[in-house]
Design a protein around this ligand. Structure first.
Ligand code: GDP
Length: 597
């Protein structure tokens, strides 16, 4: 049932490491705690609730500048800042987060993870505003603890005011413009649907916090009415984390973004090995510290929670619950299959196995897996398998299959997962990292390194194109090894080169080449030499006098030859290359596809 009631918007904090995300969140929580009336709960699981009464009180001095009367009940801040948790706040085609604060150190400006944050927010379609943090570090800044920014700003010297605006424009507005966002200091923005508001703050001194909260509340309730309408039906949510709690067993921390969740409700959620249907045993919220009776587990049990809320769910069969998975409650058993299907469809989009040559990605949660896959695909790194859980025999086999086609893809990218015991991973590379973008960077670097190493292979180690003819009447030995006179028709032939027939069949490799009884290390077009050939063949069976043979040039060697040693390719070798491509394409349609000769 739709009511006119609005729910609290869900707010996340993102930004570069050390730019002050944690400090800012702590300050917001601390400020709320000081300003709240007794009995107004602020603590939830994985999130903190700041009631509207607090925001209105804080913004009271600003009422002539930012008039706000709040219809939303408050703001729900996700407690853990950063990419990893944000990834798990996934929802079909977007995020459970309604709005984000992008924290940027005003002195340092945009850094790598700031840009990545903007990208991930764009990808998940989450609007954001910018907290230009650490304004107290601007040389000459005089601190006015917890004051609105506009008040503190007015009391600064002209040179400090100028410096702030200079940093704001050079380090933030211009950077955002280069990412195609129009932005301005919040008090100079006239159209908030077109411009991103930048609010100068200090997480340390609390300056600017009133405006930050007022803008968050004001913008969300003005522009997100539809999304924030409170629905009195069954709950919809997302699993933030799966935990094992002392005295509780396996529990899930969940953000409910729609509806009401009650004790004993049937819930459906994604698991590592398929969807899980279970029943809520208890709904848990942090207990106030003073309550000694229930402080044992640290939680108190409630009968229901309504959106938006962060809550811990205790229920049977949660061992395999999947972080980042949707969770739904249903009011009748008939609806179970429908919701099971919704969850399965959504999860199968993120977990996949394709028959392509590419890397294997394993992660411990759905949201992170999705973000890694997105990041890799943006860098054109092909993915063969994307899945949840520890690295298994199957993953290793898949990586080995990729490696056969291209060594650089014989790789497993592992986010917070390990190989199962006694697994032989010696033939492939595994890259571990607990930071999404670090993992992506490392994977890209590894792939480039392998390619670079290959490129640096010297001319002497390449198998070169060659075409030879077994001269009729010059067979000295029919097998083991074959010894015969051959004429080089084109290219260069050397010992150890593998040989194929005109049909592309491998027959063995060159053992030795002699010219006038002297052993030589190569023979070129026009030469007639004696050659011994090792292999399970016999002249008169697999090959005959007068047959034409080619050297079996691997795809990579051909690419390196053409790309790096083009000037060594003679006209006769060029012809051999063209014939080789024809022969090899029958087996491998990609052979020689990328080269131009
Ligand atoms: P996070 O990695 O983004 O969560 O950053 P933190 O909140 O851990 O902050 C990193 C460092 O910057 C810490 O030493 C903080 O004390 C400091 N810091 C954070 N906010 C401010 C601020 O507004 N002013 C000043 N001067 N220091 C800050």
């Amino acid at each position: 049932m739709l009511s006119s009631k609005l729910r609290q918007p869900i707010v996340v904090v993102l930004g570069h490491v050390d730019h002050g995300k944690t400090t800012l969140l702590d300050k917001i929580r601390g400020t709320a705690l000081v300003k709240k009336e007794p009995g107004e709960m602020t603590q939830e699981v994985g999130a903190s609730f700041v009631p509207s009464s607090v925001i209105e009180k804080l913004a009271e001095p600003l009422k002539n500048i930012i008039p706000i009367k709040l219809d939303i009940p408050g703001l729900l801040f996700i407690d853990t800042p950063g990419h990893e948790l944000f990834s798990n706040l996934r929802r079909r085609g977007g995020s459970v987060a309604d709005i984000a604060i992008l924290v940027v150190d005003i002195v340092e400006g945009f850094q790598k993870q700031t840009i990545e944050s903007v990208e991930i927010l764009k990808e998940r379609k989450v609007p954001f505003l910018v907290a230009a943090n650490k304004i107290d570090r601007i040389p000459g800044w005089k601190v006015y603890d917890n004051e609105p920014f506009l008040f503190s700003f007015k009391k600064q010297s002209i040179s400090v005011q100028k410096k702030l605006d200079e940093l704001l424009y050079n380090n933030l507005v211009l950077q955002l413009a280069s990412l195609n966002f129009n932005a301005d200091r919040f008090d100079r923005v006239t159209d908030f649907t077109r411009n991103i508001a930048i609010i100068p703050v200090s997480g340390k001194t609390g300056e600017g916090i009133p405006e930050l909260l007022a803008m968050l509340a004001g913008l969300t309730q003005r522009f997100m009415q539809g999304k924030l309408k409170f629905v009195e039906g069954p709950a919809k949510g997302v699993i933030l984390e799966v935990k094992e709690d002392p005295g509780l067993g396996h529990t899930i921390d969940v953000i409910i973004y729609d509806g009401i969740l009650k004790k004993n409700d049937i819930i459906i959620l994604g698991g590592v090995n398929g969807t899980i249907v279970t029943k809520v045993r208890s709904l848990l919220l942090p207990s106030p510290l003073q309550d000694m009776r229930i402080a044992k587990t640290g939680y108190r049990s409630v009968d229901e929670v309504s959106a938006a809320a962060g809550v811990k769910i205790s229920a049977p069969n949660l061992e395999e619950a999947l972080a980042g998975s949707p969770i739904y409650s249903v009011d009748s058993d008939d609806k179970i299959p429908e919701f099971k299907k919704i969850i399965e469809d959504e999860i199968s989009k993120v977990r996949f196995s394709r028959g392509v040559t590419g890397i294997v990605v394993k992660a411990d949660s759905l949201g992170v897996l999705e973000s890694i896959v997105y990041g890799l695909e943006k860098r054109n790194i092909p993915i063969r398998v994307a899945d949840i859980g520890p690295i298994s025999k199957k993953d290793v086999v898949e990586a080995e299959l990729s490696a056969k086609d291209a060594e650089e893809y014989g790789l497993i990218a592992a986010f917070r997962v390990k190989p199962l015991p006694n697994l032989d991973t010696s033939k492939i590379k595994i890259i571990y990292d607990d930071i999404i973008y670090q993992l992506i960077d490392d994977v890209e670097k590894y792939i480039e390194d392998v390619r670079e190493r290959r490129k640096r292979r010297t001319y002497d180690t390449l198998i070169l194109p060659a075409k030879i003819k077994i001269m009729p009447g010059y067979v000295f030995r029919r097998s083991d090894p074959v010894i015969a006179g051959v004429e080089v028709l084109g290219g260069i032939i050397k010992p150890k080169f593998p040989l194929i027939t005109e049909e592309g069949k491998r027959i063995g490799e060159v053992l030795q080449i002699q010219d006038n009884k002297k052993t030589i290390d190569k023979a070129t077009k026009g030469m007639e030499v004696a050659m011994s050939i090792k292999g399970n063949i016999m002249i008169g069976r697999q090959i005959n006098e007068g047959d034409i043979l080619y050297s079996d040039v691997p795809k990579e060697d051909l690419e390196i030859l053409v790309n790096n040693y083009r000037d060594t390719i003679t006209d006769d070798m060029k012809e051999v290359i063209q014939e080789l491509i024809k022969i090899k394409r029958a087996e491998d349609p990609l052979y020689g596809l990328t080269i131009k000769i």
